[in-house]
Ligand binder design. Sequence first.
Ligand code: GLY
Length: 558
Amino acid sequence: MPCRRGAILGFFLLFFCAPLNAQTPPANAIASAHPLATQAGMEILAAGGNAFDAAIAVTAALAVVEPTGSGLGGGGFWLLHRSKDKRDIMIDGRERAPLAATRDMYLDGHGEVVPRLSVDGPLAAGIPGTAAALEHLARAYGRLPLATSLAPAIHLAKAGFPADERYIRMARFRLEALRRSPAAAAIFLQNGNAPQPGHVIRQPGLARTLEAIAERGAAGFYQGPVAKQLVKGVREAGGIWTLEDLAQYRVVERAPVTGRYHGMKIISAAPPSSGGIALVTMLNILANYDLDAMTSVTRKHVIVEAMRRAYRDRAEYLGDPDFVDIPIDRLIHPYYGAGLSQSIRLDRATPSGSLPGFVLQEAGSDTTHFSILDREGNRVAATLSINFPFGAAFVPPGTGVLLNDEMDDFSVKPGTPNVYGLVGAVSNAIAPGKRPLSSMSPTFVEIPGRGVAILGTPGGSRIITMVLLGILDLAAGHGPQSWVTKGRYHHQYLPDIITYEPGALEPDEITALKTLGHDLKARKRPYGNMQAIFWDLKLNHVSAASDPRGTGQATVSP
Ligand code: GLY
C-alpha cells in the first residue's frame, strides 16, 4: 500500500509539480532607459546569448548612449538569478575610494565642506567598477565571448547617437563643469555649448577603450595604456588616482538581501547599497497593517511613517560591509519591523526630530536601471551610476571615459554635528578602498504560483521609495505598466517633509495629511525612470514597461 501511495504521489509530482518547476518564460524581455540599449541587448539574445550576455551589451550600450547616467567611468549593482541552479547573486561593481583618500579630504582648514569638491572634477571620482563587472559577467555567467557582447556598444560609440531633449537639458545643467574638462567638452558639447537637438555624439575614444576591454577583458581598462591615460589625466587635473588603485579593483559577489511581504519573496541589493535593507524594513513595518482596508490618506500616512523610520536607520547603520559591521539580521527581521510599527500613530505624524538624529547623505539623482528576462528564466536587474548627471563631468584625455562623482555618496563630514545638531554617520565615512553607501535597489519579487517581477529605477535617495511603491502596486495586483506610471511620493526622514510628484496626491489627501501633521511639498518635475518586467506564471505571459517619464524602451520578443 505505501508503495502504491508513493506511486500516486510520484505521478502527482511529475504531472503537476514538475512542469511548474520546469516552467520557462515564453519570451525574452528587456526594459532599459534607451531604445538603442534595449536593441543592443536583444541583438545579443538573438545571437544566442543569455540574459547575462545581454546585460553586458545593455550596460556597455548605456555607457555610450546615456552618458548622463552610467558608464565605464562608474559602477553599479547587477542582481542576477541563474535559472539552472536557482541562485541569486549580486555583483557589486561599486566604485572604491582611491587608496590616497582621507576622511576629511573635502573639508577646508576650518572643517567646513568645500563646495563642489566632491561633485565636479577628478577628485570627486571613485575607482570605477563597470569594466570589471563586464568581464566577470562574461566569464562567470555568460555564454558568448565578451568581444561579441560588446560589439553593439562599440558600433554605437563609433556611429554616434543623436542628442535628445533630456540629454540637452542635462548638458545645460552641467555646462560649466563640462566646459572645465576640454576632453569632456569636445565629446559631450557642441562648440562649447549644450548641443542642438539631433546633434550626433560620436565617441571614438570610448570605442577604443571598449575595444581594449573586448580584447583583454578587465585588464584592458585597469592595466596597460588605458590605465596609464586614466591616471595621468586624473592626476594632471588635481586627482589622486594611482595605477595601483586600478590594478587592485575587484568586483565582489554578495548574497542579496531577502525578505517576505504577504507571501511574496523580495530579493534586493545588499550593502554597500542601502536599498535591500531599507526596502525590507519598510515592508516588515507595513506587514503589520491591512493597507487595503485603510482610507487612501491613512494608507499613505502609514507608508510615509515606514519610509521615515527605514531612512533614519539607513543614516545610522549602513556603509560598506567590508569596513563596518551592519546589524543586517536585526534590521530585516520581521520582529524589528513590528517593533517600529508600534511607534507609529495613525492619528499623527511622528516628527523626525523626535527620533535620534543623523544627517542623511544625499545621493546623486541620475543613474540608470535595466531589467532582463531570458527564455531560460535567467534574470538581471541592474542599477548603474556615475552619480550626478554626467558624473564628475571630467574625461581623462584620450580615454573617452567620463568619470563618476560617487565620492559624494560618502558622508563627507562624519561625526560632526551640523547646524541642526545632526551627526553625519561614521559608518559611511571616507576610507581608502571603501565603497560609498548607495541607494541603488535592483530588485526581484517572486510570488509563488503567480509570477516573477524584475524592477528598479534611478533617482538618488528616492530610488528605494519608488521601488517600494512599485512592490505595493504589484501586491495590489497591478502589472508593470502601472508600477512605472503611478504617481510617486517620498519621505526620507530628513528633511522632515513629504515630497510628491505633481498630481501624485489629490488635493483632499494633501489637506488630510497636513492635518495629521505632515509637511508636504510638490516637486517641480516628475522623477524616476523605472524599467520593469513581469512574468505571469498563471498565464505564462511576459510583459514589460518603461517609465513614461523617460525615453526608454521595453521589448518583449518570443
Ligand atoms: N549614486 C547614486 C546611488 O548610488 O545611490
